[in-house]
Design a protein around this ligand. Structure first.
Ligand code: 5GP
Length: 189
């Protein structure tokens, strides 16, 4: 998606060989027109799937996912991080490892918002090692819903996420694919 690539070139900051900061339009300040176009691009790609819900992970997946849900005219469900299960037994839950932060976190969703009737489009801001995506897939599987598509805003193609997902039979669709990063330098595929 050329408009997104232009935003990344102009406003993205490569901190090192692994991390791309996109706080200027996606992760801190949000550009709504760009998010609208991202939602439109995902809708165009997945329009032949009968999507009943969009699912993402809080917080940074919410902006692109809400615009995607708007274009499909379906609800968005965001998976919550680190919700206590003590007073809430009605949760699907799983544990995700974040290589970026080197921590484990809990991901959960209330039983009310996902069911076996749902056909899900999962949207996330980044694909890196694929752990967040696998966590979301696990929760969707627990609910009995079917996963109809995976849409990624920015894929770091030099990290193993795509290969891991492909080997498990999933085919992520990414709007921007990055071949490599270096301090101050971003190369696209
Ligand atoms: P994964 O589980 O695929 O390793 O990482 C996916 C999650 O980590 C994304 O949802 C995103 O929040 C975060 N992430 C991974 N790499 C980057 C990055 O280079 N920049 C930013 N801003 N977030 C990242």
């Amino acid at each position: 998606m050329q408009e997104l690539i232009q935003y990344i070139k102009t406003h993205g900051e490569a901190l090192d060989q692994n991390v791309l900061k996109v706080d200027a339009f996606l992760n801190h300040q949000i550009e709504p027109v760009l998010m609208d176009h991202i939602g439109q691009a995902f809708m165009q790609h997945f329009k032949n799937h009968k999507i009943t819900k969009v699912v993402t992970i809080e917080t940074s997946g919410i902006a692109p996912a809400v615009f995607t849900a708007l274009h499909f005219n379906v609800p968005l469900v965001f998976l919550k991080k680190n919700v206590s299960r003590i007073h809430n037994q009605h949760l699907y839950h799983t544990t995700v490892h974040s290589y970026t932060k080197d921590i484990d976190y809990e991901l959960s969703c209330n039983h009310k918002y996902l069911s076996a009737d749902d056909s899900i489009l999962f949207i996330d801001d980044f694909l890196a090692n694929g752990e967040a995506c696998l966590g979301a897939i696990d929760i969707i599987r627990q609910s009995g819903a079917s996963l109809s598509g995976i849409g990624i805003v920015i894929e770091k193609s030099f990290q193993p996420g795509r290969d891991i997902l492909t080997k498990k039979g999933y085919e992520p669709y990414s709007l921007a694919r990055i071949a490599s990063l270096d301090k101050g330098q971003i190369t696209f595929l």
